[in-house]
Design a protein around this ligand. Sequence first.
Ligand code: PLP
Length: 460
Amino acid sequence: MQSSTENLFTVETSKSIFEEACTYIPGGVTAHIKYMTPHPIVMKEAKGSKLVDVDGNVYIDYLLCSGSLLTGHGHPAITEAVTNQLHDMGTTIFGTPHLLEQQMAKRVIELYNGIEMARFTNSGLEATLLAIRIAKGFTGREKLAKFEGHYHGGYDQSLISVNPTMEEAGDTKRPTPVPESRGISNYYLEKTVVLPFNDLEATIQLLTENKDEIAAVIMEPVQGGYIPATQEFMEGLREITEKYGIVLIFDEVKTGFRVSMGGAQGYYNIAPDITTLGKVLGGGFPVGLVGGRKEIMEITNPISSRDILSASVETNKEKNGNKDSVLFHSGTYYGHPTILSAGKATLDLLEKDGILDKTIERTMWLRQELEALYARYGVTMKTIGLGTIFNIVFTDKEILNYRDMQESDFSMRDKIDRRLLELGVYIKPLTRYSMSTEHTQEDLEKTVALHEQVLKELTN
Ligand code: PLP
């Protein structure tokens, strides 16, 4: 792998591939997340902590497929597990039950406080969508409460108030539901209560006002993977949702296996009613999981759900007019054995020799070095995060939620990220840093040195 240098940096091949892609693919990207201005960088190869683009530039990767690749690119143990699985099965997928899906479900149940039963999906998006449906089916209520700035996948109800402008967002203590996309019907706006993260008093007030209609509160325990909930907030939220019979959903698609093996719920020692997982669980392949309390999860049981539903559901069923008490959950590829073999190999790696804790320690090292560096250059900056994910924020204020973030200096961050890209640090401008077990001390030291180079240029 050739090393990129300041003078040699060119992305002309990326640019021309992107321009042609725009003929066939709207915007040249198959997902908004892959887009950046002036054009995305097209990759051709990756290994461990490194990405190589089509022009031959090498980058230390801190995007890591939006955090999925906790064990880096192309870990040999994962490649071997998948290869063996394909060989042993003689196929790619059975489309029937298989042993690995129950073994993996059991393993997740053992790790997560809030999971007694689980089902797989193809993505984090599908997991949260199903979690919300289960909560609505279980309670018979129709509203969803979600937090401003929290992302749970790109579908209708979850795309409310993810990234609103301050003009749209309204009162801090009573955020206005704002659709993130065209095509979201008013129904979802009417049925969504938007809550202010880390503001317990306002959250309790809004939940109390809507308590008989709210089926679930869904949250990222660490917003965006880098703004942790306070312990007090988590405890207060658990208490109030329990009091009102509201299903508490922890969306741990980002935090699962990254904050601790047992996710953020292990770290906070709080069990939600439903948990969603994805990303790391697939070892780089698409996966999702929805799990929760047995009583709740059993409503997805195709055999007996008509008989075993709790009395509350039977009552609410009459109320909301549901004819059929079976909660539908199905997908051609759910519980895909090839993908689960990658997931199993990933969990095996993470559980060996305290490697996750060591990665968390290395993340802290990088954060502290960067903070010390920026302080030496007199630039106001802080890192925020938990476990193996963090973000760099230009502010001296405490960051507790989406609105605090909006007040930080994004233009400074953007300038630095773009220059770092040229120097060989891959972070999509303004995105969080995700670490992997494969980032070496040398990678981290180089990252700090490149930040210093950028700082020298900017402060001269
Ligand atoms: N939930 C959270 C917290 C996420 O971060 C994401 C993706 O970034 C999703 C859900 C959706 O997951 P996927 O992209 O696998 O559909």
